[in-house]
Design a binder for this molecule. Structure first.
Ligand SMILES: *[C@@H]1O[C@H](CO)[C@@H](O)[C@H](O)[C@H]1NC(C)=O
Ligand SMILES: *[C@@H]1O[C@H](CO)[C@@H](O)[C@H](O)[C@H]1NC(C)=O
Ligand SMILES: *[C@@H]1O[C@H](CO)[C@@H](O)[C@H](O)[C@H]1NC(C)=O
Ligand SMILES: *[C@@H]1O[C@H](CO)[C@@H](O)[C@H](O)[C@H]1NC(C)=O
Ligand SMILES: *[C@@H]1O[C@H](CO)[C@@H](O)[C@H](O)[C@H]1NC(C)=O
Ligand SMILES: *[C@@H]1O[C@H](CO)[C@@H](O)[C@H](O)[C@H]1NC(C)=O
Ligand SMILES: *[C@@H]1O[C@H](CO)[C@@H](O)[C@H](O)[C@H]1NC(C)=O
Length: 507
């Protein structure tokens, strides 16, 4: 799963463990979706470009669900290239064969379809889905995921008058195939061309509000690399949820949202009736990208005028302090009526410490990015399938060290081994002068601390950068259990697509 916490220059640290949960309840409701993925013309920054549409929409349709719903999503890939969707925030416990990332699933070949079967078991909150391969996220194919609490479960704030998903992100005027060509040639990508709000960079999105009512906004950064600041002229926002966890409710005048993160805020229309700017700008970049939307009172007597509200200070400490101030509301219900509970980090025996450092370098005369000195190259077969069918030679466990070694970076299908039920602490140490985001797929984790400077064992934090992932800044953690038990992991689904050396194999 992806719970992207704050990405910062400095040190970051988090923990992973495998949760064992009760089995799927066959009584839980089903929701069926049929998605047609196609290319289509879009004009987000005023010029025509090729976008990835789902049922003709950019961004894609919102998935509305309630805790424990089963989601059956039949995706028809009508692009001329393979396509794969990642359900970022949805925790695929024991269900990695539905994850939608290169290491676990074969992409849906051009012209074919595949049905994902997911369950939002014991989950609530705000998430989004996106295409996980081929830099396709730069062309669309993403959309919001809303998981509401079941009717009897108390939510720690009154029902909002309305509940909007707002997808923000940086954007290029070039389509993903062009961007991909630039990277494949070994060149660096230019700085993005703009910022979008729900697929528009022209200020044209408006949210209507009624005087005196309170609204929930679920804001996700679906972009490629830039952290973004979100604010509304004349209004404060109350933070209530971060990716499935209710937070201690704090009042904010603006909010930094890093790539991959999703936040819910409440906004009350308690100001004089008129139109107000909603402003989004890139953070910590020499060139500032901006866009706006409108918060429009239904009894509005005045259109927006003057400049949009300026972003806060670019002092990184401000942003770090804001991130550190976010706390779980331990007495609020999550997906179940009992409180969210606390988590005693200090009482768990850590089996292993891994330190991850990303870096940029030229390998074979091309721009590449590495983790601990290894720049990831995909193998011909998804790694989980190679394991499942006992296909040797696809990857080597241990092809990436637990810590950076200082050796010259090289290319490999990097896979680190881990034992089932290990409790691992991971330190993300950012030695570069950019904000790094890490996407930890398939796992539930807790950010236990973050700070600037080098990590040491007496100190005892996250973000994502799509160019870097495309060019090798990724690796796989193989959590292996010799016992194939559905209690630990569901079997390979019957409709699983087989590719590479797994073609023709059947369980
Ligand atoms: C998907 O959309 C394309 C283009 O509009 C259309 O030709 C095709 O028939 C659609 N396929 C499905 C399964 O709806
Ligand atoms: C493709 O779609 C058809 C229905 O249109 C469905 O019966 C079939 O199971 C789907 N294929 C996969 C692999 O999910
Ligand atoms: C935490 O949740 C409880 C239970 O719903 C609520 O009463 C309380 O106001 C919340 N506390 C804060 C600080 O947000
Ligand atoms: C974005 O907003 C900032 C601060 O309000 C301003 O300095 C900058 O010129 C704007 N940039 C663009 C491209 O409009
Ligand atoms: C941690 O390890 C110690 C020593 O082996 C053991 O006594 C303790 O019960 C373990 N704690 C947990 C939570 O497993
Ligand atoms: C893979 O190897 C394991 C252990 O050697 C064996 O139990 C399993 O049946 C094999 N799986 C396949 C699909 O051959
Ligand atoms: C920190 O690491 C050093 C060297 O690895 C070790 O000697 C020391 O005991 C560790 N301290 C703590 C508090 O774990």
């Amino acid at each position: 799963m992806q719970k992207l916490n704050e990405g910062f220059t400095g040190l970051r640290y988090l923990c992973i463990f495998l949760c064992i949960v009760s089995t799927v309840n066959a009584e839980d409701p089903y929701r069926f979706f049929t998605w047609n993925v196609t290319y289509g013309d879009i004009y987000p920054l005023g010029v025509r470009q090729q976008g990835i549409l789902i049922n003709g929409q950019f961004p894609g349709p919102e998935i509305y669900s309630v805790t424990n719903d089963n989601l059956i999503i039949n995706v028809f890939n009508n692009l001329p290239e393979p396509f794969l969707i990642s359900w970022a925030g949805i925790q695929q416990r024991r269900n990695s064969y539905q994850d939608g990332v290169y290491g676990t699933n074969c992409p849906i070949p051009a012209g074919q379809n595949f049905t994902y079967k997911l369950q939002v078991k014991d989950q609530i909150g705000s998430f989004f889905y996106f295409p996980s391969i081929g830099f396709q996220k730069a062309a669309g194919g993403f959309g919001a995921i809303k998981i509401l609490s079941r009717p009897l479960i108390p939510v720690p704030f009154p029902d909002p008058a309305d509940d909007h998903s707002i997808l923000i992100g940086d954007w290029y005027k070039s389509d993903h195939t062009r961007l991909r060509r630039i990277m494949d040639l070994g060149w660096r990508l230019p700085f993005p061309d703009g910022v979008l709000i729900n697929g528009r960079g022209d200020g044209g999105v408006a949210y209507n509000v009624e005087q005196g009512k309170t609204y929930r906004l679920r804001i996700s950064n679906v972009g490629l690399q830039n952290s973004l600041n979100f604010r509304i002229a004349g209004h404060t926002m109350t933070l209530v949820e971060v990716e499935g966890t209710h937070t201690v409710q704090t009042s904010l005048s603006s909010l930094d949202i890093h790539v991959g993160q999703s936040y819910s805020v409440l906004v009350t229309a308690d100001q004089p009736p008129q139109d107000y700017y909603i402003a989004v700008s890139s953070r910590f970049t020499s060139q500032v990208l901006n866009t706006t939307a409108i918060l429009r009172y239904t009894n509005s007597g005045k259109a927006v005028s003057g400049p949009p509200p300026p972003p806060p200070t670019t002092d990184i400490t401000w942003s770090l302090n804001q991130a550190r101030s976010i706390r779980t509301n331990l007495t609020a219900s999550g997906p179940r009526p009992n409180p969210q509970g606390s988590y005693h980090y200090g009482q768990i025996n850590i089996s292993r410490t891994i330190k991850l450092t990303g870096s940029a370098s030229i390998i074979n005369r091309k721009q590449r990015y590495s983790v601990n000195g290894v720049s990831f190259i995909p193998a011909d077969t998804p790694l989980k399938l190679a394991d499942y069918f006992n296909i040797s030679g696809v990857f080597k466990v241990g092809s990436i060290p637990d810590e950076p070694t200082g050796a010259a970076p090289y290319l490999d299908t990097s896979v680190m081994g881990a034992d089932f039920r290990d409790f691992i602490e991971i330190i993300f140490e950012n030695r570069e002068n950019i904000i790094q985001s890490w996407h930890l797929d398939g796992y539930n984790f807790f950010v236990v601390g973050m700070d600037s400077g080098r990590w040491s064992n007496t100190s005892r934090n996250e973000n994502e950068f799509l160019v870097r992932q495309y060019l090798g800044e990724q690796f796989y953690l193989r959590v292996y259990s010799p016992v194939m038990s559905p209690r630990d992991e569901y079997p390979l689904p019957q409709n699983a697509l087989l590719c590479g050396q797994a073609v023709g194999k059947r369980s």
